[in-house]
Write a protein that binds this ligand. Structure first.
Ligand SMILES: [Zn+2]
Length: 240
């Protein structure tokens, strides 16, 4: 076997169809040719009615298009086979037992939240306290799609504020990201008030014009982070 070419992704898990029960996330590493990549991107992008135009897709969007198209083809193929295949009860039992061996789920950690939102509250499942109803801050983006965890780990996350800048060798690359977050029940490092989570992301090279865009975008980002700092200060003041 030849050495494998460089590997990219997976970018985001590709969700299950809404009418199916999500059971396991299967990661595969698929070696493809440039032609296959081109075909997957062309068809995937055409299926999005060509929007946004290719030059405006950032690198992660390009990868999402390719991964999404390849996954969709695999899922559609599997569904078509399943619709026509006849599976005897004996075979079904053998299949299920092989799946249980190979895809054993730690039940308690892989249950997904099905949050119930109330007036300023949210009801969440926990592995240690069952269902709990907690305050839901207005800035929280919600808890759908989160795994069920411990009560102390309940975290509210605000929307991401990202500085994405056009770089020399790529399209726009996300350089900095911040969001407001609050885990009010943490015991080890308590968070009495919301905090800001700040991340530095991709590295990239810039020419002079690119650098000016970077400083513009950086200033705009910092202005929004300043506003976030003021909001955090307000929230801390309100609660103390
Ligand atoms: Zn929340």
């Amino acid at each position: 076997m030849n050495a494998f070419p460089p590997s990219f992704g997976p970018t985001d898990p590709i969700p299950c169809d809404d009418d199916r029960d999500a059971f396991a996330t299967v990661n595969i590493s698929l070696v493809v040719s440039r032609e296959q990549l081109r075909a997957a991107l062309a068809i995937g992008h055409a299926e999005q009615a060509g929007q946004p135009p290719l030059p405006e897709l950032d690198i992660l969007d390009v990868r999402r298009e390719v991964e999404g198209y390849l996954a969709a083809v695999a899922v559609i193929g599997t569904e078509q086979e399943a619709a026509t295949a006849r599976i005897s009860p004996e075979l079904l039992a053998d299949l299920d037992s092989a799946i249980d061996r190979a895809y054993t789920r730690p039940e308690r950690t892989f249950r997904m939240q099905q949050p119930l939102y109330g007036d300023g509250t949210v009801t969440l499942a926990t592995v240690d306290r069952g269902e709990v109803t907690v305050d839901e801050p207005v800035w929280c983006t919600g808890h759908d799609g989160e795994p069920v965890g411990h009560f102390t780990d309940i975290t509210h996350d605000g929307p991401h504020i990202t500085a994405a800048v056009e770089a020399l060798e790529y399209g726009p690359v996300p350089l900095l990201r911040a969001n407001m977050t609050h885990a009010p029940n943490l015991e080890q490092s308590p968070e009495p008030h919301p905090v800001a989570y700040v991340e530095g992301l991709e590295a990239a090279s810039f020419d002079a014009a690119g650098l000016r865009h970077l400083t513009d975008e950086g200033r705009a980002w910092l202005a929004r982070i300043d506003a976030m700092a003021a909001e955090l200060a307000d929230l801390a003041g309100d609660q103390s």
